[in-house]
Design a protein around this ligand. Sequence first.
Ligand SMILES: NC(=O)c1ccc[n+]([C@@H]2O[C@H](COP(=O)([O-])OP(=O)(O)OC[C@H]3O[C@@H](n4cnc5c(N)ncnc54)[C@H](O)[C@@H]3O)[C@@H](O)[C@H]2O)c1
Length: 315
Amino acid sequence: MSTMRKLPALRFLPLSLPGTRILSRPASSPLRTITTTPAPPRRENRERVAIVTGAARGIGRSIALRLAQDGYHITASDLPALQPQLDSLVSEITSSGTTKAHAHPADVTSPADIASLIHSSAATLGPLDTMVANAGIAQVKPLLDLTPEDFRRVFDVNVAGVHHCFQAAAKQMIAQDLSHQTPGEEIRGRLIAAASIVAFKPFALLGHYSASKWAVRGLSQVYAMELARHKITANAYAPGIVDTKMWELIDEGLGEKAGGRGKGEMMRQYSEELIALGRTSVPRDVAGLVSFLGSRDADYVTGQTFIVDGGIIFT
Ligand SMILES: NC(=O)c1ccc[n+]([C@@H]2O[C@H](COP(=O)([O-])OP(=O)(O)OC[C@H]3O[C@@H](n4cnc5c(N)ncnc54)[C@H](O)[C@@H]3O)[C@@H](O)[C@H]2O)c1
């Protein structure tokens, strides 16, 4: 981040138009709003099931809602403390009357929890088609101050967590017979993980987080190699700066290190300086990409990590 341009102070005006989400904008630049109209669903001609971890809030919640809109039945998972948020997500999904959903809390660092998650999903909703290993944590701390526990914790959730989900889901997919699939379907399962743009270019002060997401990118590639013979694909999505609780924490940490900057200042500065499309990302931006990765349009895509960042990193 040391090469970052210094921008003049910007004045932000609140915008409020019907059917739009309110975002701030510099007084001198064009409107930066996004429409709240949902994208059309990618419905397919058979019932499908997806598990989404870290689904109680943020990007995971948006992915669960989008996959449900696409016609997936959803098993939503998160830490046990977030059961009320999972229950409210399940109510929202099932209120459509056409899609089934079920909540099963699990800590992704525990292989036993993940085995039980997969089992409960299959018992309740049927054969598993797609696993979205979305749960993750971040921590803002200089590398020289990291304790072994800081490092271990981030890798446990972000890397081992993805591995536990991918491994157990793949075993389930391989064990299932294919009678639930449409004749001619080539792919028997999809593994999708949360990476980040820091898997391509790290952020200073997010060293162990960046390394963990780099590892997720590598792990997905090896899963793609080893599971291709089982017709299981493995891919990852790499969001940029998404307005969620995680970025609230990053904003606070970076603000503190920059000498006590106000709430939201760092996120605004990073968004303004780095994002070509000129607005901070919202979870739905990421859910759209995951919708593609979870669809038959992505049948011939494996081993890839896709950036969805409004134009920060160009590959
Ligand atoms: N927000 C961003 O800008 C951004 C950018 C790039 C990548 N990501 C990644 O996207 C994913 C979702 O991030 P978010 O912004 O929605 O964050 P978030 O903090 O809002 O949500 C993360 C969810 O993961 C859950 N979780 C944490 N530890 C867990 C564990 N051990 N077991 C089960 N669940 C656990 C949390 O309870 C939470 O509900 C994360 O993997 C994150 O690293 C986020």
